[in-house]
Ligand binder design. Sequence first.
Ligand code: ZN
Length: 132
Amino acid sequence: MKQFELSTKNYEFVTITAQVRQAVRESGVIEGLCCVYCPHTTAAISINENADPDVVRDLLFALKDTFPDRAEFCHFEGNSAAHLKSSMVGASETIPISEGDLVLGTWQGIYFCEFDGPRTRRYYVQVTGEKE
Ligand code: ZN
């Protein structure tokens, strides 16, 4: 398993496709699965369009609009809206590997989603499968 570290801003999606793709290449796996996992409760992993940056901007807007900060929240840390976004988006993505590469659509990219930064974050890439 490979571990990656990144520094995030307050609220953003960070493209991690190249790092994940590199981890798959280094694993030597030809046919298998790649799991990208986020060990944090106010961040997430997601796959979405990487061509038009406005898609990510709209996602960030809509997530904030759907899960705003609310006075009714009880959590002492005051970041329940970020916890909600993390659970809704999810802690991991599993991507098939074929012919030694990630099976991603033309417009798909893998994102580390920060909902409560700035922070130093980690994510893990676990590759399993047949090597030849
Ligand atoms: Zn919290």
